[in-house]
Design a protein around this ligand. Structure first.
Ligand code: SAH
Length: 394
């Protein structure tokens, strides 16, 4: 099998030599042919030395490397990669944990499969492609999943409609590619969640906060808790189980608030410690006074691109300052950023500025990140997208 050859400009080979898996369009000197989007192409430096094989796509990231070895990309190649991801989750104890059946099976670059996300919810796999190359091999991926999980897999839902660039000629549609599961209750650390992969955000649930929610439980006893940007209410139930005296969940989406209420009923039927409000975070935080002694701030990615980075940092600063200014003395803030373009340092500086603005004494108790089923490829530091701090506000 021969692949179309792509030659990089002089000096643009350095990141690939350090195994970073992206080739930006500006780094390309010449393409020997006309690859279709999603084709595997072969990348060389301008002295004709082989660098890697990757999926070609029109866009700023033109090639996503899938192999740094000059091999043939066969069905078995993909099977081995998915199997490696599966084995890691098995080693992490996630495949047969009676208390948790929601986890990430494939985390794109973190599992050396750029462009592919697979989240498991019980007997359903939700597959999300971010590259045309991955979308084109969706049938193979489904086959491997069926082989690996056997009877434990009842359905596969493909949710790539809004994640594949709209100009690509593949027209993805969301829908089941295998079975149709009626079970939509997932379990995380023994708590139940209704997951709506069809209409919900991302693959239906934010599996990446599992460990951080578990930590929150230990901080919640006797506290008045505000779960800001609650989505399906994840942090709220952990706070309730941890013995919080009151939990308020806030999200601007009515649908999120409905799901949160439904999930509270699933876990703590009739418990009147919880209330939920569909309101804008910035408005809600304008006037909370010292009502709360534990506040969670888990906003959506404020920056999706580098050119809006500055605005995003201002957003984090403003949001955190509002919490610091009003939280009860001795209060705890769990604050997060899930923007890939906001580095750990930049986020910490934004939180630092917010603390300084409030004039309160603020100390860092824990530094948080994503769980082990969202591994970070050491050569692709951008993969460390979730950053969090637990802060003690005097
Ligand atoms: N903490 C959640 C995930 C948060 S996702 C969990 O553990 O699952 C971010 C959420 O912020 C989304 O549900 C979105 O609807 C909400 N959101 C976005 N902008 C908002 C705003 N201005 N005010 C309140 N909520 C907002």
């Amino acid at each position: 099998m021969s692949y179309i050859k792509v030659v990089l400009k002089s000096g643009k080979d350095q990141s690939l030599r350090r195994f970073h898996p992206w080739v930006f369009s500006g780094a390309i000197k010449k393409i020997y042919g006309e690859p279709a989007e999603g084709d595997i192409v072969e990348v060389f430096d301008n002295k004709d030395e082989f660098l890697g094989l990757g999926h070609y796509q029109i866009g700023s990231i033109a090639i996503r490397i899938v192999s740094f070895e000059q091999i043939e990309i066969t069905d078995d190649f993909w099977k081995q990669k998915i199997k490696q991801a599966y084995t890691l989750r098995k080693d992490l104890g996630l495949l047969d944990d009676p208390n948790t059946d929601a986890y990430r099976l494939v985390h794109a670059e973190g599992d050396n499969m750029p462009g592919l996300i697979i989240d498991m919810y019980g007997d359903t796999a939700v597959v999300q492609m971010h590259s045309v190359g991955m979308f084109l091999i969706r049938d193979k991926i489904d086959e491997v999943l069926k082989e690996l999980f056997g009877d434990d897999l009842k359905s596969i839902y493909n949710k790539s409609e809004s994640t594949i660039p709209f100009k690509a000629k593949v027209q993805p549609e969301n829908g089941y590619t295998f079975g149709k599961s009626s079970t939509r209750i997932a379990v995380e650390n023994g708590l139940k969640f209704r997951v709506d992969w069809e209409k919900g955000q991302k693959t239906g649930f934010f599996v990446d906060q599992r460990d951080n929610r578990a930590l929150l439980e230990h901080y919640s006893k006797g506290k008045a808790v505000l779960n800001m940007f609650c989505y399906t209410g994840g942090f709220s139930f952990y706070a309730m189980r941890g013995g919080a005296k009151l939990v308020h969940s806030v999200d601007s989406s009515e649908r999120a608030i409905d799901l949160t209420k439904e999930n509270v009923e699933l876990n703590f039927p009739g418990d009147d410690r919880h209330d939920a409000f569909a309101l804008d975070a910035f408005k809600y935080l304008d006037d909370i006074k010292d009502k709360y002694d534990l506040i969670i701030l888990d906003p959506p990615a404020f920056a999706k691109h580098n050119n809006v980075l500055n605005n995003a940092l201002q957003g984090y600063k403003k949001l955190n300052a509002k919490a610091f200014e009003q939280i009860k003395p001795g209060g705890i803030v769990f604050t997060f950023s899930c923007s890939q373009v906001v580095s750990k340092d930049a986020f910490r500086k934004a939180v630092f500025s917010a603390a300084a603005r409030s004039g309160r004494n603020v100390r860092i108790l824990n530094q948080l990140t994503q769980p082990a089923d969202h591994p970070v490829n050491i050569y692709h530091p951008e993969g460390e997208y979730l950053k969090g701090l637990v802060l003690y506000v005097e």
